[in-house]
Design a protein around this ligand. Structure first.
Ligand SMILES: [Ca+2]
Ligand SMILES: [Ca+2]
Length: 247
């Protein structure tokens, strides 16, 4: 076997092995994320959200800022699950990175509650208090505002996501709330001029399916498989085209 054949065959074997290993599971990066804020400079919240911020951090917190203003911020994290409608999950995990700071930006341990909300694929002001299903909570360790060394979180959201898939809803949306200032979550995407902190992953939804045969290979996996096949065909074509060595 010459070198070209060897690379082509190994490419196919890697592609086939990866396909078999990953066929029953997908890890979705966030489709869209931002946080919604109700801000009252006078110190009394009216419960009506005022703004949407699409920055590198998603802020969950409620309280009084050092300026005297009252604030309530709630992140929304959206995942596109439209490819998986009707399938049966064996698990769904929501994960990401975050940490807590107090209102003076010093590290503080803070809890946040996560909710599933009806999903339309966009972060809108109405998501601030849309009827929600509690899906879990996490207590975040305090994080230095100077270094932003964030901490991982992960919890099971299988029942909520299974309901969405059964209903063939195209989007899974989650809202985060805290009664204290402030939980910082690493965002997965941000609008210019902001950018995400790429040292840590953004929010992710990891789906594992009960029937692995029902999953279509991810585009990336399929592309790798095609690359391997193309390599084989090209090599074979080149070999046929080569003039025979003279005796
Ligand atoms: Ca975002
Ligand atoms: Ca929405």
């Amino acid at each position: 076997m010459n070198t070209r054949w060897w690379f082509a065959v190994v490419g196919c074997l890697i592609a086939a092995g990866w396909d078999a290993q990953e066929a029953g599971a997908v890890v979705l990066d966030v489709f869209s994320d931002a946080y919604i804020t109700d801000l009252a400079p006078g110190g009394t919240l009216d419960g009506l959200p005022d703004s949407i911020s699409n920055t590198g951090a998603l802020l969950a917190g409620k309280g009084i800022l050092s300026s005297g203003a009252a604030i309530d911020s709630r992140p929304i994290m959206i995942f596109d699950v439209s490819s998986y409608g009707g399938l049966t999950l064996s698990s769904a995990l929501l994960s990401g990175y975050g940490g807590g700071v107090d209102h003076n930006f010093a590290p503080e341990t803070i809890s946040a509650n996560f909710f599933g909300i009806p999903g339309d694929g966009i972060v809108s002001l109405a998501d601030f208090d849309r009827a929600a299903t509690a899906v879990g909570s996490h207590t975040f360790d305090g994080v230095s505002f100077q270094t932003f060394e964030l901490f991982p979180f992960s919890f099971d959201v299988t029942p909520y996501v299974q309901t969405l898939l059964t209903q063939t809803d195209p989007f899974a949306e989650f809202r985060v709330e805290s009664d204290e200032l402030t939980v910082l979550l690493n965002a997965g995407e941000a609008a210019v001029p902001f950018s995400v902190d790429t040292r840590f992953p953004g929010p992710r939804l990891s789906l594992t399916f009960a029937d692995s045969g029902a999953i279509i290979p991810e585009p990336g996996t399929f592309g790798l498989f095609l690359t391997g096949i193309t390599g084989l065909v090209a090599t074979r074509h080149r070999r046929r085209s080569l003039p025979l060595p003279s005796a």
